[in-house]
Design a protein around this ligand. Sequence first.
Ligand code: WTA
Length: 653
Amino acid sequence: MGHDDPAIEALQQDGVQYPPPPALAAGAVVSDPATWERAAADPIAWWEEQARHLQWDAPWTRALDDDTPPFYRWFTGGQLNVAANCLDRHLAERADRVAFHWEGEPGDRQDITYGQLHARVSRFANALRDMGVERGGRVAIYMGMVPELPIAMLACARIGAAHTVVFGGFSAEALRDRMVDFGATVLVTQDEGWRAGKRVQLKANADAALDGAPGVHHAVVCRRTGGDVAWTEGRDRWFHEVEEAAHPDCPAEPMDAEQMLYALYTSGTTGKPKGIVHTSGGYLTGVAATHRMVFDLHDDDIYWCAADIGWVTGHSYIVYGPLANGATSVMYEGAPGFPEPDRLWEIASRHRVSILYMAPTAIRMFMKWGDEYPARHDLSSIRVLGSVGEPINPEAWEWYRQHIGGGTAPVVDTWWQTETGSIMISPLPGLSTLKPGSASGPLPGISARVVGEDGQEVPRGQGGYLVMDRPWPSMLRTILGDDQRFVDTYWSRFPGMYLAGDGCRVDADGDFWLLGRIDDVMNVSGHRLSTIEVESALVDHPSVAEAAVVGRKDPITGEAIAAFVILRDGVHGDEGLIATLRDHVATQIGPIAKPASIVLTPDLPKTRSGKIMRRLLRDVSEHRQLGDVTTLANEEVVAEIAREAASGQHQDD
Ligand code: WTA
């Protein structure tokens, strides 16, 4: 990877710096600047110290088992229950404390206390047992952002069953594939979800998915909108009915630290999504510790992570981290701009939110909507802001701090992945001097480096591959059912090091600048999608012969999906067909995967060995001067594609 690689473009060399606000620094959760050094001196002891914040039923006998790398195990011999740590443990002192200030998109509200959450989780855990789910069982969850979603997750944890949450924006096919791969026997879903005033047909999608997933014997349906849904007797049951019928007491059982808590599917460089496996003790240690330190969590904070639980951010920082810490959170069901562009700011000011965490794509959208919307509301309670999911451009960072953070709140730019389970690279708000666009450095206990092709650390200022050269407790344990892919994907390029798949540069001060993916994974509005996944969906359509997909830069979504399609002989291409193809991708994967533009082309630029030259297509999509074409077999094609592309871009709805 050279300096001219577009993935390794410097974002911002020098510029403004923001030291921590003195008041925050004075009372910060982490206030000792020697913390990083202390953790680095003995990382295992550091993580043991963090694990002791949890409640263990049996102590671990070995903190890190590294006998068979890269299959690391943490806190072996130890036993705990994740749900007991998130709920029961808080009952003595904070049963009446609100866990979630929940708000539905239509405006309905519920304050759910720890006591109430505990009661509902206990009943639903028994309901799952009544459906044959035991320790080690598998439950799929396909829901919108309703309280029953975390309830279902915690109920699984309570009885030692693993869950896989499938984002509610995914299609029936995506849901089916995940349920089958996961081996789910029960699906928890809902009638419909609310999104921007429209009804999302969750149950109808689930029905279609269940047709191809014969191993799923029960579907539990949460009633949300009350819309009509088809019903399969014997298989389908209402959430509220099974919950009511279940026994109220469900003692939390001690589980092994390495018991699977969940698998979450994410895109890799092939068409088949991979089930990233997380276990119990190490994962909970990681998310609880980072949630406390990175957001400087205090007892009186009102915390809001405005992500969807369908992604890892929601798993770690809406459900498990905040609940393990006994925090009070806001949880919102719907679209950020509904019914008005100031919806989030109205909610934030009403609840006096003090910590807010969201994705750069949302921040850029709010910027576009205008300063007047946050200005309508009193956001003075906000003291820490977080960003996650993609590199945040300095302009958006400054806007966030200024217009949402009152010009004083530190912005913690948190780098991590589905695979890492918890935040890895981030400032600590009471200690770090912030540079807009930089994620500062590895958190205490984390060891990250930037290496070149040869696996050697590159000099500061130079771009390279981001790797972790030490295991950490919340790391993925494997890819479900595919240990070999786990080894190949993450551990084989540089032996002994975890390959993150991101480009990175460390500046002269030691601060990390994330530079985007180095592989064929796109990041659209903070959602990971592989180019191959979208290509497969396109080629699946009978009129398509071949397709190539690239992520082109987009001012709002970070990257936008640009597709190039060769039609089968005799198929007539027009605007109608392009619309059909875009819809086809939405049906195959989900609306988030809909290409922003599709260019119909007679051919694709390929190397002499037949590899599609994505770099060139990206150049075409971004209207840049074309890159190197010397290895290209069909040079004239590029000019033709460029002409086609210039004649019309089809923006997303
Ligand atoms: C990207 C989301 C730059 C990165 C938690 C990573 C980021 C991928 C940042 C993981 C950040 C996430 N700065 N890039 N602060 N946070 N990324 O699995 O490319 O959905 O590899 O996890 O998002 O996406 P995932």
